[in-house]
Design a protein around this ligand. Sequence first.
Ligand SMILES: [Zn+2]
Length: 459
Amino acid sequence: MSVERVAQRAEAQFQDTLDSLCSYLRHPAISSKPERASDVLALANRVAHDLRELGLESTVHELPDALPLVSAHWMLAPGRPTLLVYGHLDLQPADEPEWETPPHEPTRRGERLFGRGAADDMGGWVSHLAAIRAWLDEDGSLPCNLRLIIEGEEEIGSPNLERYMDAWPEVFEADAMVLTDCENPAPDVPGLTVSLRGLCELELVVDALSADVHSGLWGGMVPDAGLALMRLIDRLTDEDGRLKVGRVAIDDARRVAGTKVPIGEPEIRAGARLLDGVPPLPNRDKSSAEWLWWQPAMTVIATSFAPPEKKKNALRRRASAILSLRAAPGQSTADLSSVVTEALMKDPPFGVHVNVRPHGSPGEGWLYTPRGPAFPAADRAYLATWGRPLVQVGIGGSIPFVALFGRRFGDKPLILNGVMDPATTAHGPNESLHLGTFAKSIQANVRLYDELGRALGAP
Ligand SMILES: [Zn+2]
């Protein structure tokens, strides 16, 4: 069967694939640094050139005031469905002093490849380039039509991706999409991302006096705005320290999926850098996955409290805080903001004046229900290569391009996966790619094209 031969070919070409990944990683294509714009363009041109060498048609698109976007296609299978693969070639900065290897000189240590972008996201789309190459080298064709979109601005929030969609809509036309910029719950557990949380901020302002006054003269007689602020914030949380308003009901499918995800105390301890003796919040009646991905959460991200070196012996007239709210997938940030605001405005402690207003601009979450033949097809590809089907996972944060694809193409099968794992430390120092995960992802992609070509091929 040709898919077996192609899979073997991809395996035989693995060292070549790794070499080309390493050569891409030597480009410091950092989208947030204007002085690196030429590196982003150089890498885009290089990738487009390599895609042409592979046998695809490829174009570097450029819009004014935007970093480039690479598109490519192979459309020589008439009557077959078209799969679009999305990835991004730009990088986060790598200025952290904690890097143990040069961030732009990929370095192999054991079973991991260290370097900025190794897993986020160059390893993601290179795993597709490897699968495409194996098919074309071994079979001379692909089992489905294929498009590639490789963006140059994901790490700055994809500010122009929708403009690219409007300017060149034809390069986004497809029957199914693989968005490869997400994480696996473990190096041997493949993840299918089905949700993101939304994000918004509220500014909470408490006024007690019309001016700061001496605490020696008035302490113990009039309210402390700072204490009132703390009591108000405390009011929003339960005894475990979790936001207690705005919680949502989870359907059974996700509840069960959440229990299959391997997030235990060791993973939380390592991932969240918990100090010895500090336990994670207790799970009670929900899984860790549900708390992390599917329920709202609050973090106090700023206050007006003076740092110790700026203390003064005064009762402050005002105290304020910025509350960061993560909305549950499917829950609007406006709904969550309004229940939080209501809880804060009710019965002000000590009769102080309380004001709550939106801060910054909100980003909505995303909740996706996988349905249709593309998902069992993807499961078959993963079962054959990883030994298990995809596990539904969420992301506690927000990814602008995912919300955009969801809005524009939510009626199509959207397969969100990737080559990251919890030890990857994307965006942090010492980012790395698990080479076993990378190799299995290439194998899964080889089979995914074949499975999707057949599953979506019938009219
Ligand atoms: Zn990424």
